[in-house]
Design a protein around this ligand. Structure first.
Ligand code: NAD
Length: 502
């Protein structure tokens, strides 16, 4: 029992829900995998099994794509008006809001994230669905275009849904990863097969139930959990898929690009990052330190936009690290559902070992923990914990300086001036996000224009909004999530021409 009766009631519902079968959503029905295979969903805070989840393979992907194809090519969804779609999203948004405690608990259990963060995203999450509902109502209206060379001739340019979307998502933000794909699918009139990450498969299933409760027509959204190399690969290459919306690592994206050479599916890729967070000497250093802690350690650093390359102007480098040390020492590391926890475990033992490998190799190359680091509390040994760490004595050739770690590990380097820090920031294959802390408007303007990034924060880090497009450049991918521009990826343009020149 906690102080919050709503939390307690939600916890009881989640406990009961976890005991029920976890199947695949195909054509409006919950079904087992054709192979009968199931896989354990594991709580990374203590290694316990949360539930067993049906593990789909190629045959299940085939069935799900066929269901999505049928729903797209005929049936009620094809005839749904923008208003029908808008109302469906609104009903879904209301259910997501109503059941948010459960979703946040599930996210905490399955991913490990601190409950304060998972529940703290409630309003923002629902506002995304509100945004998709709002834009759904106005989509697909045609535009009359006068011919430029033939008097009296015109065309009607319409936007039509691109078709069946294969959506493949990562584990690090199960609620939003799924909604960033479901929202535009419903808003534009596409249909989809969603393949969530195996490390955190539960939230998508609960979202599927809420969609069905909201009145989702059969086959419009299908959900198939399964291995990336099998179910994910089958979905990306499937001849019935018109678009692949992928969020995940840059390496997996390469397989997906290759897979889509078979089906010519349109692609959007939201990939990894190694984002620069730049602190100038004239900044509000206490605020910048708070921002750097949030940028590096929220969600245990498992955020694609994490500010993991911290550049601090050398005049204030030592003072800034002292301030960071102070603030980092106040972070509570522990199981996500424990009250007061700031930093939960990593998602899995595999991810923990991966991050430990990065730390060991960084130490061997001469990097030193200048903030945090150290051993985790022995009481947390059964979980997948890593202490928040900032590494100093970094050199260009270090792996930890250039590769995405995806854990609570930040590298810090001093810089001399604006020219140098822009060049350091852009010396990366990634270009997802970044941030600057400075009170000087000229510095802010120059740095925010010249750093390669899809999103860049000024005197803050990580602020998102449904209306703000978000995505990457370079090896961080292409396409955007959020904002009106995202919908263009789910629409195809058709010109209907009136008249003849014969
Ligand atoms: P991942 O690439 O290992 O897996 C992502 C998804 O792809 C999973 O569903 C996985 O099962 C599937 N997959 C794996 N191999 C596949 C294959 N051969 N064919 C098709 N699908 C396959 O990534 P992850 O470890 O789950 O997530 C972490 C990565 O995601 C990080 O690099 C992070 O930066 C990135 N990410 C990016 C964003 C963004 O918006 N830019 C958001 C969140 C996470």
């Amino acid at each position: 029992m906690t102080q919050d009766p709503e939390f307690d009631r939600a916890m009881e519902r989640v406990t009961a829900w976890l005991r029920a079968e976890k199947q695949l959503l195909i054509g409006g029905a919950w079904v087992p995998a054709v192979s009968g295979e199931r896989v354990a969903a594991v709580n990374p805070a203590d290694g316990s099994t949360l539930a067993h989840v049906a593990r789909g393979g190629e045959a299940d992907i085939d069935a799900a794509v066929a269901a999505a194809r049928a729903a797209f090519d005929g049936g009620p969804w094809r005839r749904a008006t923008p208003r029908d779609r808008q109302r469906l999203i609104s009903r879904f948004a209301a259910l997501v809001d109503e059941h948010y405690h459960e979703l946040a608990i599930l996210e905490s259990l399955d991913l490990g994230v601190a409950y304060a963060r998972s529940f703290g995203k409630r309003n923002r999450t629902v506002s995304h669905l509100d945004f998709y509902a709002a834009v759904a109502g106005g989509r697909n209206a045609g535009t009359r275009v006068e011919a430029s060379t033939m008097p009296g001739r015109f065309g009607v340019v319409v936007e039509q849904p691109v078709g069946v979307v294969g959506a493949i998502t990562p584990w690090n933000s199960p609620v939003m990863s799924a909604l960033w794909k479901i929202g535009p699918v419903l808003a534009t009139g596409c249909t989809m097969v969603l393949k969530p990450a195996e490390e955190a498969p539960l939230v998508a299933l609960r979202l599927g139930e809420l969609l069905v409760e909201a009145g989702l027509p059969d086959g419009v959204v299908n959900i198939v959990n399964g291995r990336g190399s099998i179910a994910g690969a089958a979905l990306a290459a499937h001849p019935g898929v018109n678009k692949v919306a992928f969020t995940g690592s840059t390496d997996t994206a390469k397989s997906i690009i290759t897979a889509t050479t078979h089906n010519f599916a349109r692609l959007s890729l939201e990939l990894g990052g190694k984002s620069p967070n730049i602190v100038f000497a004239d900044a509000d250093l206490a605020a910048a330190a708070k921002g750097a802690i949030a940028a590096g350690f929220t969600n245990s650093g498992q955020i694609c936009t994490a500010g993991t390359r911290l550049f601090v102007q050398h005049d204030v480098y030592d003072d800034f690290l002292a301030e960071l040390r102070q603030q980092a020492s106040r972070l509570t590391v522990g199981p996500g559902l424990e009250p007061g926890v700031d930093v939960g475990p990593l998602v899995s033992r595999r991810q923990q070992e991966r991050v430990q490998g990065f730390l060991a190799r960084a130490a061997a190359q001469g990097a030193e923990a200048v903030v945090g680091g150290g051993e985790v509390d022995p009481r947390l040994q059964s979980g997948c914990f890593i202490m928040p760490t900032v590494l100093g004595s970094i050199t260009d050739d270090m792996e930890v300086y250039s590769e995405e770690v995806f854990g609570p590990v930040v590298v810090a380097r001093p810089f001399a001036d604006t020219d140098q820090v822009i060049s350091m920031a852009n010396d990366s294959r990634y270009g997802l996000a970044g941030g600057i802390w400075s009170r000087d408007i000229d510095t802010v303007n120059r740095v925010s224009f010249e750093v390669d990034a899809g999103i860049f924060w000024v005197n803050g880090y990580g602020l998102m909004d449904p209306a703000f497009p978000f995505g990457g450049t370079k090896h961080s991918g292409y396409g955007r999530e959020g904002g009106l521009v995202q919908l263009e990826d789910y629409l195809t343009t058709k010109t209907i021409v009136h008249g003849t020149d014969l």
